[in-house]
Design a binder for this molecule. Sequence first.
Ligand code: DP6
Length: 348
Amino acid sequence: KVYRASTTAPVNIAVVKYWGKRDATLNLPTNSSLSVTLAQSDLRTLTTASCSASYPASEGDWLLLNGEPSDVSGARVQACFRELRARRAALEAADPSLPKLSTMPLHIVSENNFPTAAGLASSAAGFAALVRAIADLYELPASPSELSLIARQGSGSACRSLFGGYVAWRMGGKADGSDSMADQVAEASHWPEMRALVLVASAAKKGVSSTSGMQQTVATSSLFQERIERVVPQNMAVMEKAIQDRDFAPFAEVTMRDSNSFHATCADTYPPIFYMNDVSRAAIRAVEQINAAAGRTVAAYTFDAGPNAVIYYLEKDTELVVGTFYHVLGGEIDGWKNDAVKGLKPTT
Ligand code: DP6
């Protein structure tokens, strides 16, 4: 008998960024962060987890990522498997009639519905889907926040992809990480007009991984102290209120300021880390022009650990924002980028 469960998890794009770890093994952050989860139909990972006593034990656990066999021996995947198996084993110990799924090899098949070549962060959706698929397979009675504790150990930002809508990852203070998890600030339906436009500035893989980049920033940047002690707590407070009030102007200003602050700490890292390129900077100028021409804030940019821009705006301003970007960047938003990732809605 083969036991099986499938699930999807969407990509999330932070408006207050996670950058810095106080514990690199448990992925415990130096600051809280907040993101918008994109709609499942737009950018997501679909994952099927299965286990069977008839799977050859000699092959062990196994993972197929976008059709390619992938290594499961890494510490992050292992941490997720270990945590989920331990919870299943506890259920089996309490109820001996349950099949011993925790002792069987796991087979995981995971596919993104967006081109990996787009250089978009996929680890968040990937680990969130992996953890939920196995939790479903094991029939664990775990809430999304509990699962976020496990997904966090796969990739920090993945803990936010277990919720739809507007999601906060509370940094927590405990050494074992048991209070460092995500919660939902508001459902997508609370502010359903929110849209995101993903501008692919480069499909190349990023130079410095976020894991290593944040370690270097923590070790060498003095601006980073200012960011985690003052800038982020203030941004979190203003952002949560802006979302509660559905007030786009402060939402946009904090989004842009927080992205700028994060990239400033990268530039203040020694040696410096540069994620944005000329196309990224052109996107920033374009947003400034759109807002200045409209005489109000209609668009906000944000950049993760790479040159691609995500532009947040409201549905009513779609023509203005998408039209201007098409005009300013010309062919840069042609092809799949224009069809597949235009006007993304947050998911519920
Ligand atoms: C810039 O979650 O990819 O996108 O915990 O090492 O896997 P690890 O890092 P990761 O870092 C994401 C950094 C960011 C900001 C954010 O998503 O909050």
